[in-house]
Ligand binder design. Structure first.
Ligand SMILES: Nc1ncnc2c1ncn2[C@@H]1O[C@H](COP(=O)(O)OP(=O)(O)OP(=O)(O)O)[C@@H](O)[C@H]1O
Length: 868
């Protein structure tokens, strides 16, 4: 019932008898007579609408559907491909008769064609579609209905992508769209409040990915579109603060092997510097400029933006590489990636020989990977320099009859990088951030040069509360609605500490919205956190439909580097969930702590990227003064076994002697070495064991999980362990809403295994798999794979809801499962199942997770013995 109520709220019907402004919210029952009123010119869509609605209602499913009927097949393909790129799986199929087609979202037809004239109907379609795209990032979409005669959607899409100032709709329509019955000219476009917030990259991808698209946009049209867009971007780039110091920066990089750049958020460091260096000839002989980011989402979105600015297809000159997703090619010269990925590359190419420049961006974050990378890069840089000098010495020897010149510089080249056999060009290293401690980094790199890029593009007003807030979640909620009701247009970005908090606030926002008058409800929520599958993360970058405001609920994943188009307001409660490690107990936990000043600065920097912005800090100014200047390095507050395993794999034997920017405590290093030793990853002389240690280093997992997989292949239960490890790698699978706690407990019992939580998790995973398998059998072989996928998704979501299972976590676990299964297969580990003999599996659990063992006490609690 609750689902049906949702549909009702989102129903919009626009038909010929109502003025376009009258977007009427109707119940399903209201809809029927409204549809009946429509004349025979409605392409017969009426029947289909009613049929499908009835079907949905009778099956009790709370599907939310959108469908648009488009007369022109070319336009249909265009918009279909665009939606597909946004991960919406539209289904395109013949509608009523072969001359007309329907664009169907979520597998249902529910459409007509607008018959208003003098109105940009394509805009209506796009607004409605955009609403559906952004109103529910979980893939639902809102129900909408668009009625009328044919419209041309292509100019509208282009105007959204290019910006209406730059796109001459009339010219375009005249040249390319003579069939269109409705006005799509500049008057229509200029009267809209569409904001350009789409990635142009999408358009390029659409154009290049499907040959049928060429039928819509001829080469000249593509050129025209590209030209317009390039001009806008050129102007934007020229106005960035960094543009005025371009020559100076290039010169600084030429003069110094290590350079530290500090510049305001949004000044253009991440997007522009790599382009300056490329244009200045820093990529000779196919060499690459690598830029590392602490987060995947930043690497992907910045690469898209830079590809767009360069006017190239993503993956050619500009690309990105993150774990399990590589958009680069042999022609890539500017490569964005996560710092973790560069570390993994170093395992295969210790001299990072393909790079001429490496830029470590957002170094202030001080993630474990950034810190380890800095130490590694320092060594690589020395080793490469030494290789040049050695080469020169050899040549000198030859030239000067054996008189060898001593060189000081390369003498300390660390022993793990073996004597260079060949000459590598020197590696330039740049460290960047808006908020780093330049002195610390400079000292670490032997007095490296630090430069400051002055100026910011747009002003951000900072607001503080008068008094400390006792409940920051509540304060954030109030601020969201204050902005929504009192401030001008612009999206809101709220920083929260984790998935649970985000989902809680999302629910509260929805509840509060229902209490507002209809006209004030145009607020959409969009969550983003690290365990959200990446295609869902990308949805926060989608524009909100005209007249709507979007509120993005984010963890610190959106804190650095990213530009979320449309964001004008930032709400910063001042907290973050951070890792904490107790080396005595060997226990790691996540705790909520205040942010540092550096983080507060980064957060406020997310506003004001496209224009002036406002940041609301939910604490008094006096509290800001008390914050730590910078974030405590992660390496000082986490379990180091993973880092040590990686360093060992890189050939670093002396971990305590490794040149860290700030050394982790000796106790933490010792504890982690001890753990690795107990797991069998290290030999008695502290080297990586063969094969176990090497195999563990290859798996991108916590060492304890890697060990469990390796052992499971010997216990004949790798099938089960792959599932257990995947389920353990995501945020909680079960959810337990306070108001339905008893129901949730009963539902969980259906999966509960008397043999423990791991088997319970396996039961959940398998039950979901069986459900989909059964469904596949029922459907038989369907031609349209995407159709099946979309339907399966919905069925799974419904099943998860009924069983109080977190569908996002389950989907994430499925992704991880297929990824690590691939690794395990590559490593040649035999994958077999123990079937019903769970004893094997439990034995394997005990053999792998013994470090987590605790003693059950008579009263039911558990006790861990700590040996100090
Ligand atoms: N994806 C995008 N969409 C729209 N505009 C963008 C995008 N990425 C960057 N920009 C524009 O380019 C400007 C510079 O961005 P860039 O990421 O290079 O700045 P930065 O100095 O590295 O900032 P930060 O320190 O916050 O990472 C932004 O302020 C914004 O105006």
């Amino acid at each position: 019932m609750c689902g049906i109520a949702l549909i009702v709220h989102r129903l919009i019907i626009i038909h010929s008898h109502n003025p376009p402004e009258a977007l009427v919210s109707l119940s399903v029952d209201d809809l029927k007579p409204a549809l009946r009123r429509r004349g025979p010119d409605s392409l017969g869509s009426k029947k289909v609408i009613l049929q499908h609605h009835n079907k949905n209602l009778s099956s009790g499913e709370d599907r939310e559907l959108v469908s648009v009927v488009i007369e022109d097949v070319g336009e249909l393909q265009f918009i279909g491909a665009t939606l597909q790129l946004r991960g919406l799986n539209p289904i395109i199929q013949p509608f009523i008769d072969s001359s007309r087609n329907a664009l169907i979202y979520d597998g249902e037809i529910l459409g007509g064609i607008h018959e208003e004239s003098g109105r940009n109907d394509g805009e209506v379609a796009m607004q409605t579609l955009a609403k559906c795209c952004s109103c529910d990032p979980d893939g639902h979409g809102g129900t909408c209905y668009i009625a009328g005669h044919g419209f041309s959607i292509v100019p509208t899409v282009l105007s959204m992508i290019l910006g209406r100032d730059a796109f001459n709709g009339a010219e375009w329509s005249q040249k390319h769209n003579t069939n269109s019955k409705t006005k799509t000219g500049p008057q229509a476009l200029q009267s809209t409040s569409l904001r350009r917030r789409c990635y142009f990259q999408e358009l390029i991808e659409v154009i290049t990915s499907s040959s049928s698209i060429f039928e819509i946009l001829a080469e000249t049209e593509v050129k025209y579109v590209l030209q317009c867009r390039r001009e806008i971007l050129k102007k934007q780039r020229e106005s960035l603060p960094i543009a005025s110091v371009k020559e100076r920066l290039v010169q600084e990089v030429k003069n110094h092997d290590v350079l530290i750049i500090v510049g305001e958020t949004g000044s253009g460091k991440t997007t522009q510097l790599p382009q300056f260096l490329f244009n200045a000839g820093f990529c000779p002989n196919g060499k690459v400029i690598g830029i590392t980011q602490p987060r995947r989402v930043a690497a992907v979105t910045v690469a898209k933006r830079v590809a767009e600015e360069c006017g190239v297809e993503l993956g050619l000159k500009v690309g990105y590489s993150i774990r399990f997703d590589d958009k680069t090619s042999s022609s890539t010269r500017i490569k964005y990636m996560t710092d973790g990925l560069l570390l993994r590359e170093a395992l295969l190419d210790p001299y990072l020989s393909r790079y001429s420049v490496i830029i470590v961006d957002e170094a202030h974050e001080r993630t474990v990977h950034t810190d380890v990378l800095l130490g590694l890069l320092k060594n690589v840089q020395r080793a490469r320099l030494k290789s040049v000098i050695d080469h020169a010495v050899v040549n000198n020897k030859k030239a000067s009859n054996g008189i060898t010149k001593e060189n000081e510089k390369g003498a300390e080249c660390t022993n793990f990088l073996k004597q260079c056999q060949r000459k590598f060009p020197p590696l330039k290293l740049i460290i960047m951030s808006a908020s780093l401690d330049a002195r610390l980094f400079s000292e670490y790199f032997g007095g490296a040069r630090a430069v400051h890029v002055e100026g910011r593009q747009h002003h951000v007003d900072i607001f503080y509360t008068l008094h400390a807030e006792t409940d920051y979640v509540d304060a954030a909620l109030i601020t969201i609605f204050q902005i929504h009701l009192e401030e001008g247009p612009g999206d809101i970005l709220v920083f929260l500490t984790g998935q649970e908090e985000i989902e809680g606030v999302e629910r509260l926002v929805q509840e509060q919205l229902q209490k507002l008058p209809e006209e004030s409800r145009k607020l959409l929520t969009a969550p983003i956190f690290s365990s959200l599958p990446s295609e869902q993360q990308m949805r926060v970058f989608m524009p909100a439909p005209a007249g709507h405001r979007k509120v993005i609920l984010a963890t610190n994943i959106a804190e650095t580097s990213v530009t979320i188009p449309g964001v004008k307001y930032v709400i910063d409660p001042g907290f973050i969930k951070a890792r904490s490690y107790d080396p005595v107990k060997g226990m790691e936990s996540l705790i909520i702590i205040p942010t540092s000043k550096a983080q507060a600065l980064q957060r406020s920097g997310r506003a004001g990227r496209e224009g002036p912005g406002k940041c609301f800090r939910l604490y008094p100014e006096s509290e800001f003064e008390k914050l730590e200047d910078s974030t405590k390095p992660e390496i000082k507050r986490c379990n180091l076994s993973n880092v040590i395993l990686q360093l060992k794999a890189l050939g670093v034997d002396d971990i305590i002697g490794f040149d860290f920017l700030e050394k982790p405590s000796r106790a933490a290093i010792q504890k982690s070495l001890e753990e690795l030793f107990l797991l069998g990853a290290l030999t008695d002389d502290c080297k990586l064991s063969d094969p176990v240690g090497h195999q563990m280093a290859r798996l991108p997992l916590d060492p304890i999980y890697s060990k469990a997989l390796i052992l499971a292949s010997q216990f004949n239960c790798l099938e089960e362990m792959l599932i257990a490890v995947s389920m353990l790698s995501v945020e909680s699978i079960f959810y337990n809403p306070r108001e339905k706690s008893e129901e949730a407990k009963t539902a969980k019992k259906c999966f509960a295994s008397p043999d423990g939580d791991h088997l319970t998790l396996i039961n959940v995973y398998r039950a979901a798999g069986e459900l989909l398998q059964k469904r596949r059998m029922e459907l038989g072989i369907e031609k349209n794979e995407k159709n099946i996928k979309g339907k399966n998704e919905k069925i799974l979501r419904k099943w998860c809801r009924e069983n109080f299972i977190n569908s996002r976590s389950l989907r994430h676990a499925c992704d991880i499962h297929s990824q690590i299964r691939g690794h395990v297969e590559q490593m040649g580990l035999p994958i077999s199942s123990c079937g019903d003999d769970t004893l094997q599996f439990r034995r394997c659990l005990a053999a792998s997770f013994f470090l987590n063992a605790a003693l059950k006490q008579p009263e039911g609690t558990y006790r861990v013995e700590v040996l100090v």
